[in-house]
Design a protein. Structure first.
Length: 352
């Protein structure tokens, strides 16, 4: 009998549905080149308060984003993010196999904010940790409400796509960057990946490809926009445009007065962010005693080089601006490169 080997020509389409936009990205078959990537802005949040209308507008945005583009096939990987994912680090006895799963599910019953029969639950093992005189297993509990998961599948179908998988945002974020850090030395380093998005910040601390800590922080671009709006007495939409246009200019082309005003407005919000990130670093250091963090990699649509430089001394950890697509050939400028980290991680998901 002859066995035929079929070479995949394209990756699935990674679909990152954010609070302000949807981002679609696809690689070629060996994931060496970005075949297509597009960001499509969503209507204002006020027009999407009704869940059904929100889903309809997201499906429409995905369809319109694909029109006239070079996306191939209909296979896609979607994502559970902060709006739909319950995340919590828990500690359980040192057991394994089926007993560990039963223990985690038992713990989840009292923690997950929806009925057990309506919960889709997964977990990630991290490491053994000392708690008093005992040693326990640190586990990251991940759960979503099944009706929310069904809404994602319905959105995919209405957008004309075939959902090959529904991933979790922290896993996509880590997958994106671990493709770049594959040396033996990289696998032993402890890195903190920070995705600063429009509505919230995702924090993932990992040893190589192994997740050790996950947290969502309720600070994002909209909080910065609100701060600028209040400080400068502007409409929120005008404040968002001002901050975006100023940030996208080269440093030597920015208006110093505008830059100073935005910095003064944003300082309290960024101060809270630095404090929250410092608490994440401290939790890691106390819980997983051993190697300190090697560096922080800052990504997401709100990530900038100046913010990375500002955070480094406040976290006392080297901080760099992430480039999720630096290992791939791209044919066109893609704007703020950090905004593609989750979509890239989704497109890299193995769905065979």
């Amino acid at each position: 009998m002859v066995t035929w080997s079929v070479k995949r020509r394209y990756s699935p389409i990674g679909v990152d549905i954010g609070s302000r936009s949807v981002k679609l990205l696809q690689f070629n078959g060996d994931c060496s080149q970005v075949c297509e990537a597009v960001r499509w802005d969503l209507p204002p949040a006020d027009s999407r308060k009704d869940p059904q209308e929100h889903d309809r507008l997201v499906s429409e945005a995905i369809r319109r984003a694909r029109e006239g583009r070079k996306f191939r096939g209909r296979q896609a990987v979607f994502c559970l993010n902060a709006r739909s994912l319950f995340v919590q680090n828990i500690r359980v006895p040192q057991v394994g196999g089926d007993e560990l799963e039963r223990t985690v599910l038992s713990e989840a019953a009292g923690r997950v904010p929806f009925a057990g029969e309506e919960a889709e639950i997964r977990y990630l093992e991290t490491d053994n940790v000392r708690q008093g005189e005992t040693v326990r297993r640190e586990v990251i509990l991940l759960a979503c409400h099944r009706p929310v998961l069904q809404r994602i599948l319905d959105t995919a179908e209405n957008a004309g796509l075939l959902p090959a998988a529904v991933d979790v945002e922290p896993a996509a974020l880590l997958r994106c960057y671990t493709r770049q850090f594959r040396r033996d030395n990289d696998q032993e380093q402890r890195l903190m990946f920070v995705n600063l998005g429009a509505s919230n910040t995702t924090v993932v601390i990992a040893r190589g490809a192994n997740t050790m800590f996950v947290k969502y922080i309720d600070i994002g671009g909209r909080h910065l926009d609100e701060a600028v709006s209040n400080h400068l007495k502007m409409k929120p939409a005008d404040a968002a445009a001002l901050r975006r246009h100023n940030g996208d200019r080269r440093v030597d082309q920015r208006d110093p007065e505008i830059t100073r005003s935005i910095s003064e407005s944003a300082r309290p919000v960024l101060g809270r962010l630095a404090k929250e990130l410092s608490m994440c670093v401290r939790y890691y250091s106390v819980t997983f005693r051993g190697r300190p963090l090697s560096r922080v990699v800052l990504g997401g649509g709100e990530a900038t080089q100046s913010l990375a430089e500002w955070l480094a001394p406040r976290l006392d950890v080297p901080c760099e601006l992430g480039d999720p697509l630096r290992s791939y050939t791209t044919s066109a400028p893609l704007g703020r490169i950090g905004q593609w980290d989750v979509a890239a991680g989704l497109a890299l998901r193995d769905v065979n």
